[in-house]
Design a protein around this ligand. Sequence first.
Ligand code: PAF
Length: 285
Amino acid sequence: MLVHTISEVREKVREWKKQGLTVGLVPTMGALHAGHKSLIDKSVEKCDKTVVSVFVNPIQFCPGEDLDKYPRTLDADEKLCNEAGVDIVFAPSPKEMYGEGHIMSNDFLTYVIPPFFYVNKLCGKSRVGHFDGVCTVVNKLFNIVQPDFAFFGEKDRQQLIILKKMVNDLNIPIEIISCPIVREESGLALSSRNKYLSEEDKKDALALSKILFNIKACYNKGVTDCNALTETAYSYLNQKHSLEYLEFRDENDLEEKKTADDGTIVFIALKIGEVRLIDNISLRA
Ligand code: PAF
C-alpha cells in the first residue's frame, strides 16, 4: 500500500499497535536494489508489519551534490516492496516532511546534530552537514512510524554508527538492526549511485572492494600495522581514481586505529570521475 501522508501512516500504525503487532521500518531514499531488499526481507521476517520509507531527503545533500539527479524510481520501488511483503510504502513529498515553503535551513528547522567527533571524519569531512540531515530525517521517520525495529545497511557504516549513537544518546525506544553489505559477484558493493557508472567505470570501481579484501587478507596473515596495510592499496589505483580516504577506525566510536584488531573497520571513499563511491570492511573473521 502506497501512502504519501504522515497522518495515513500514523493511523495504520496505530491500528497495528492496538492489535499488539510489532513494526519494522526500513528507511530508504528509493532506487531500491538487492541491498535494500535484504533489509526489507529481514524486517518482514522479524516483524509483523513492515514500513519502507522512500524519501530523497533534501537536507542531507550538500550544495553541488546530486539531489536533482538522484535516481527516483517509485513505481519499481513499490513493486519490489509489494512482492517482498511490505505493508506500507511511505513516500512523502518534501513539503509533507518539512512543511509549507520548504524552509529547510537550520535557521528555521529544528535539527538533530550528531556529535562532532563522529562527523568530523570520513564522509562527514567532505559532506559537511550531511549527517545532521540524516539524523534529523531519521528522527522524524522514527517519530512518524514509531517502529519497534529499524533496519540500516552496513554499506553506510559511518551513518549506522552515528544513528546507533543517536538512539542511545536520545533514549529512543527503537532497536537498530544492522545488515551486511550486499555485493555483486565482482565484489562491487551495491549502491543506488552505481547507476551513475558506465561499464568502464564499473571496472574501475572494483578497486574499492579489491583494496578492502586485500587488506583483510593481509590482516588475516598477521599484518596489523595500519600504515603497512595502507601501502597495499596503491597498486590497485590508476589515473582515473581519486582516493578521498582510506582509514582504519573503531567499529563503535570511530576512533582512529594505528594497529588493526578485530574491532577495526577499514573505510574507503574513491572518486571515479564525478562519481563518489564508498565501501568498508570489518576485520573480524
Ligand atoms: O541511507 C540512506 O538511504 C539515507 O541516508 C536514509 C537513512 C534513508 C536517510 O535519508
